[in-house]
Structure formats: C-alpha cells, structure tokens
Design a protein around this ligand. Structure first.
Ligand code: CTP
Length: 404
C-alpha cells in the first residue's frame, strides 16, 4: 500500500466525471490513504455526497460553514499531504488560475501548503479553448501538477481530448509521486521526549506538572513527516499519536524517562528533549498512603537525572541535540547558558510571559537559539507550525554541518 498514512483531500467540481469519484475514493483508501472530500454545489448534482461520506468514512464538506460549524479551510489545507482537484471543471480552473475564492474548495486550495494535483475534465472544445490553455499554464506556473486529460468518448457524445484521467491512473500518479519524493530525514532516527513526569510520593499521590506533551507530539509528527523514524518517550498524558513512523514508549517518572532515552539515544541522529522533567523526586517513596498529621509535613527531595545534560556528555558529532528552556527572567542569557552547560546544539526558548504560549495551549511563541550564536524569534503560532519551524532549523543545521 504505497499511499499508506497519506492524508489526501479530494476536491470535486461540477463535471460529469464526478460520478467516478466514489470508486476513486475507494481506490485511494485501499492504497492506505486517509481521504477527506470537499465538494462544490455543482458537483453534488453529479455525485451523491452520502456515497462519498460512506466510502471516505469522513463527512463531506461543501461550504465554509455548516449551520453552526465553521469548516476551517486553513486547518484542512495544512492537514493534507496532497490536494487533488478531480474532476476540475473549466470554471474552477479559471478560479484557481486567478485566485478567486467564492467557495470552500477554492479557500482550501488557496490555504494548502501541500502538493496540489489538478485533473481537468471537460469537453474537447472547452479543453482546447485558448482561455483554458492559458489557465492551465498559469496554474502550472504556481507549482501545481496537472494530471493529463485522456482521449476517448466525452459526455457530449463526441470523441476527443478532455476526459478526466482514469481513477486507477490517478492513484498510480499519486503513488509514484510519494515514492519518489526524497524526504530530508529519510533513513534517520530521532528521539523525542515529551509530556510531564510523575514522581510518586505514595501509592495514591505524586509530584507532577501541567505539561500535556502537545508540543513534543507535534515535533515527533513533524520529524516523521520529513522521513525520520521516531522513538517518542512520552510521560503520563491523555494525548498520543498514531503515526506509523513513531514508536511511543510510555513512561511515568523522570528515572524511567532517563532509562528509556539512554536506551535509544545511541541510534538517534536527532534528539529533541521537550519533556517537562521533574527536577526532584521524593527521597522516600512510601509503600502505604501517607496519613495526615497534626502539623505540617516536610518532604525530602532528591535530584533526578538530567537527561539532556547526560545525553550532551555522550553526544557524537553526527548527533543533533535539542533542548527546551522555560525561563521567566533573563531569558536569553539563561537559555544561552543552558545551551553551553548541557552541550546542546540548539535550545528552544519558551517564554511564559507570552499570552497563548506554554502548557496545554494550542499555540506557542518560541525563539531558536543555536550553538553558532544564532537566534531566531518566531511569532505566536500553532504548535504544529512551531514544530515544523524547529524541525526545519534542525535540517538546516545538519546541512550546514554536512551530516544530513
Ligand atoms: N531536562 C531533562 N532532564 C531533567 C530536567 C530537564 O532532560 N531532569 C531537559 C528538559 O527536557 C529541557 C531542558 O532540560 O529540554 C531544560 O530544562 P529546565 O528544567 O528548564 O532546565 P534546568 O537545567 O533544570 O534549569 P532550571 O530549572 O534551573 O531553569
């Protein structure tokens, strides 16, 4: 299954060839893809949205809002590994060529950052019209790929050029595309730590923190999307990931996280330590529940192993080590000091001062501090975008060191 795990948006416009799309969706799903369908009003005259929802196992989206729900075209555009507009009518082609946006489909197209494939379908005269050919040239010049039209019987009864490519051929086209794309982290292993740690006090209590692991999971997914095989050492959290190239190793305490990280670091080309590891654990872990006393209770704490610092000590030249810093004062100075002290290649600096940044939020505001003295302040953005920026910087650093 060569489209295994690929997220594909099939965007269907008003052309008779739309009747072939449920079969096309089935073939995409059979090849391992996850498919979401976006459809124009004109297309739903040619094909049943219910049939498409059934075969894709996802709701079919047609407008920017469905009653009270807003269909986030930006999220959809970012979700996809590929957007395929098939069949693409002459009318939609004209809109794509000129940046018009009067429906969800066009909004998704304009928001998509993934490769876009366009499979035109129309009558021969429409296909050969200079305006259509001009529009084809324009959309190609934007970097979109055209899946060539076929020759054969057309809806008008004429025989000629303009048929939408056959669904089997479009699946092969996508399969070829994905197998031939060399990803920058193909063949590399990565280690990511994420989430909080829980340090047991007794059988029912622990010392923990508010981390959810969202940022670390996003980093694992960004690394995997660039071709890396990832070991994600994940502290206790309700979040997880099912990406096929990410192996989740669940741990609870700082010590378990340390053990798991040390075990897999030897084969990791890249290690990103985003976990909020407890710096201290209770010196004594009571086997029975601690009973309430008359007065206060003093706990004795012992330092945990510093995973980042320990990996920094054994790091080889081909390994890229990235740590996080959450600072409240002298942010830059402290982060730089941490970079040197822990022998990291980069520190991702989080500031708790920025609204929308930090534990549990969907957004983050970070600065990337590298061991060549560089500093990049990034704007407040989704954790997914922040993760992509971190991974982009790692790739850049590895190219610069010629260890990519
Ligand atoms: N870290 C770690 N193991 C620990 C503590 C921290 O691997 N026991 C890692 C974190 O995952 C993060 C980085 O170290 O990547 C920074 O952690 P932080 O707690 O901010 O730094 P400390 O060095 O502990 O310094 P301080 O708490 O004084 O800021």
């Amino acid at each position: 299954m060569s489209l295994n795990g690929k997220k594909i948006i099939l965007a269907i416009t008003g052309s008779i060839a739309a009747y072939k799309t449920p079969q096309f969706v089935r073939l995409l799903v059979k090849s391992g893809a996850e498919v979401k369908v976006v459809i124009t009003d004109a297309a739903s005259a040619f094909v049943s949205p219910l049939a498409l929802a059934t075969v894709s196992k996802n709701p079919v989206l047609s407008s920017v809002s469905d009653g009270a729900t807003w269909n986030n075209h930006v999220e959809l555009g970012l979700w996809a590994d590929a957007l395929l507009i098939a069949p693409c009518s002459a009318n939609t082609l004209g809109k794509l060529a000129n940046g018009l946006c009067d429906n969800l489909l066009c909004a998704v197209y304009l928001s998509a950052r993934c490769p876009v494939f366009i499979a035109p379908a129309m009558d021969e005269d429409m296909w050969k019209h200079p305006s259509t050919q001009l529009n084809i040239g324009k959309v190609k010049s934007y970097g979109n790929q055209i899946i060539p039209v076929g020759h054969g019987e057309l809806a008008s009864g004429l025989v000629g050029e303009g048929r939408m490519a056959e669904p089997e051929d479009m699946v092969s086209h996508l399969e070829d595309f994905f197998t031939n794309v060399p990803l920058p982290l193909n063949g590399l292993n990565a280690l990511v730590t994420a989430g909080p740690t829980y340090e047991k006090l007794d059988p029912v209590r622990f010392i923990g923190n508010y981390s959810t692991g969202k940022m670390g999971i996003a980093i694992s997914e960004a690394l995997a999307a660039k071709g890396a095989i990832v070991n994600l050492v994940l502290g206790p959290t309700h979040l997880s990931t099912s990406h096929q190239n990410i192996k989740v190793i669940k741990v609870e305490s700082a010590h378990e996280m340390y053990d798991a990280s040390m075990r897999v670091f030897g084969e990791a080309h890249i290690a990103v330590l985003s976990a909020a590891v407890a710096d201290y654990r209770p010196t004594l872990k009571e086997t029975e529940k601690i009973k309430k006393k008359e007065n206060g209770l003093t706990l004795e704490l012992t330092k945990t192993e510093d995973i980042l610092a320990n990996l920094g000590k054994i790091k080889a030249h081909w390994q890229t080590l990235v740590g996080f810093a959450l600072e409240t004062t002298n942010e830059l100075e402290n982060a730089r000091e941490k970079l040197i002290r822990k022998n990291a290649d980069m520190i991702v600096l989080n500031s708790l001062k920025d609204e929308g940044a930090g534990f549990g939020h969907d957004t983050n505001k970070i600065s990337l501090i590298t061991n060549d003295g560089g500093i990049k302040d990034l704007p407040l953005q989704s954790k997914k975008d922040a993760a992509n920026a971190i991974v982009g910087q790692i790739i850049e650093m590895r190219y610069a060191k010629e260890i990519a």
